[in-house]
Each structure stands twice: as structure tokens, then as C-alpha cells.
Design a protein around this ligand. Structure first.
Ligand code: SF4
Length: 173
């Protein structure tokens, strides 16, 4: 189960505080669904019975950033929209993670346009990039598993006094 725990002869489990915090955190990741365009349809599909994101403890999609710890950015992000996405990200409490879902979000995709940001990592720290136009729902679940693995390796103290990332204000010239 990924939790370093030992059963002693008296029937008690012993473990490290870091391990139990990481285990709890990784099994209750609450996504902030930042659905902007067509990739969002595939993002919604992970909640249906076929893909069933509830198996991973992440069915609680929060539409308030203050209750979320995973932002899934799904769609084509314009410069105008990038300020909104960044503001919502800043309102999420630490620790938090970001998935860039799809070609548009990761690189601008087919939109080599003056209005489209060529990759959200220009204004957000991205943990996982998902290839595809759009990526399949099971690919998104795989990204969630990778995030869970990352959280499982983390130490609770890592997030204390973590400096906030510098706010980058993008301009489309
Ligand atoms: S990657 Fe494809 S499906 Fe996703 S937002 Fe861009 S055009 Fe739409």
C-alpha cells in the first residue's frame, strides 16, 4: 500500500509521521478542473463509471481553488485567459500540483497564434505534461497515479516555508 508500516507483536502498527501524511495526501487529491476547451470533455470522462476516478480518491472535483490541491489545465490557454488561470492557481493552498493536459496546454498545440500561450509552463510550475489531442481519460488517470507517486515520496517538511513562485504576467505583443 506504499505506507511504510510495521505490525508489532502486540498488534499495533508503527510508522513515520511523514509516511502517514504522504499516504493520506496522495489518496485524497482533490482536483481543480480548469477545463478551457475540447480536452475538458476527456477530463470529465474520468468521472464516469468506465474510468471511475473515485478509485483513486480524486472524485471530489472542487470548483473552488481553496479546497483543491491539483490543477488540471485542459484546453487552449490564451494570453487573456492565462491571467485567470494563474490567479486561480495562486488561490490554491500549498502543497499543490499541476497537470498540463493535452498538446495545446503543454505547447500551444496547433495554435501558432499571437493569442495562444505556447505552453502553460511559461506562467505555472507544471508537474506532468500529457501528450495527445486530446489525451484519453486513462492517460489522465495515469498522470494522477504519477502525481500520487510523487506525493508518496514527499516529506511533510518540504512544503513548510516554501517560497511562492514569482508571478509572471504574460503579454502578447
Ligand atoms: S489538444 Fe486537441 S483536444 Fe485538446 S484543447 Fe487542443 S485542440 Fe482541443
Amino acid at each position: 500500500m506504499g505506507l511504510e508500516a510495521k505490525l508489532n507483536s502486540d498488534g499495533f502498527f508503527t510508522t513515520k509521521l511523514d509516511a502517514i501524511i504522504a499516504w493520506s495526501r496522495k489518496n485524497s487529491v482533490w482536483p481543480m478542473p480548469m477545463g478551457i476547451s475540447c480536452c475538458a470533455i476527456e477530463m470529465m470522462a474520468v468521472g464516469d463509471p468506465r474510468y471511475d476516478i473515485a478509485r483513486f480518491g480524486s472524485e471530489v472535483m472542487r470548483f473552488t481553488p481553496r479546497q483543491s490541491d491539483l490543477m488540471i489545465v485542459a484546453g487552449t490557454v490564451t494570453y487573456k485567459m492565462s491571467h485567470v488561470v494563474r490567479k486561480i492557481y495562486d488561490q490554491m493552498p500549498e502543497p499543490k500540483w499541476v497537470i498540463a493536459m493535452g498538446a495545446c496546454t503543454s505547447t500551444g498545440g496547433m495554435y501558432r497564434s499571437y493569442s495562444v500561450v505556447q505552453g502553460i509552463d511559461q506562467f505555472l510550475p507544471v508537474d506532468i505534461y500529457l501528450a495527445g489531442c486530446p489525451p484519453r481519460p486513462d492517460n489522465l488517470l495515469n498522470a494522477l497515479i504519477k502525481i500520487q507517486e510523487k506525493i508518496g515520496r514527499s516529506k511533510a517538511r518540504e512544503f513548510q516555508d516554501k517560497p511562492l513562485p514569482e508571478l509572471t504576467v504574460l503579454q502578447n505583443n
